[in-house]
Design a protein around this ligand. Structure first.
Ligand code: SAM
Length: 245
């Protein structure tokens, strides 16, 4: 049995739907008899996955986070490699629409970015292997199921991956508060990767140097920057607006 857990209804239902083979055991809080519990337990029975009704206390001890009364023990998800990413891009029938997170370390931010990435149709989220949040149970919970729908590609050398994307005609749009162009001047309609920086320091120098364009999100008040997941949401929805138009 693995020591990886997924919790919260959206996250568990997403594994059930997308990667049911990963489910090993499920615990559900006693006292719930709604339709959601029924649907999930019937599906688990059909798959032959064992599940158990337990007291809330037991769930609290198993995971640190808001579990909403459901916790699943799951096998490791298959990690996407750079080769998988390039194969995905080569086989795609739509222009690439990617998100790069250069050193986002907070699992809440990773989860929130994945959730928005799923909502706007981003094909993959790319992160460097080192100094980045991984798909912890908290990240999966915050992602609300998007951790199971949006491939997370962990690469050893982000600069090299960025070059490979550029060679495939992907335009790298980096974000930085001090950039001269505004988000609203950028053209997101073609093959693009939006590049976001880390919570504290922003993008690393080499990442920034690879970007074809740097954009800012206008800030009219007294604070210097937005939370990275909020900034990601603002930029991805502008991109979606243009791509749909
Ligand atoms: C909290 S900010 C980092 C602030 C950091 N002090 C810096 O100099 O970049 C984290 C990331 O969110 C994005 N971001 C936040 N506010 C932004 C803004 N006003 N314009 C563009 N990007 C922004 C950028 O990707 C940034 O690297």
């Amino acid at each position: 049995m693995s020591d990886e857990f997924v919790f919260g209804w959206h996250a568990v239902e997403a594994v059930l739907k997308r990667e049911p083979e990963r489910l090993q055991r499920v615990w559900i809080q006693t006292g719930r008899q709604d339709r959601r519990v029924k649907t999930v337990t019937v599906a688990l029975d059909e798959l032959g996955v064992s599940w158990q009704l337990v007291h809330r206390r037991e769930l609290d001890e198993r995971v640190a986070g808001v579990h909403q009364g459901v916790v699943a023990q799951v096998g490791k998800s298959q990690e996407w490699s750079e080769a998988d990413l390039l194969a995905l891009l080569d086989g795609a029938d739509k222009p690439p629409f990617l998100l790069v997170l250069d050193g986002v370390t907070d699992p809440h931010n990773l989860g929130a970015c994945l959730r928005t990435a799923d909502a706007v149709g981003v094909q993959a989220v790319i992160v460097p292997k080192d100094k980045s949040a991984s798909l912890t149970p908290t990240a999966r919970k915050v992602a609300c199921g998007a951790a199971e729908t949006v491939p997370l590609v962990r690469v050893t050398n982000l600069a090299r991956t960025l070059r490979e994307l550029q060679e495939r005609g992907v335009w790298l749009i980096g974000t930085a508060g001090e950039a001269d162009s505004s988000l609203y001047q950028a053209d997101f309609r073609g093959p693009v990767a939006l590049v976001m920086g880390a919570e504290g320091k922003g993008m690393r120098r080499l990442t920034r140097e690879h970007c074809d364009l740097l954009i800012n999100i206008p800030m009219l008040g007294h604070v210097d920057s937005l939370n990275v997941s909020v900034a990601t949401g603002v930029c991805l929805y502008e991109a979606l607006r243009q791509r749909q138009g």
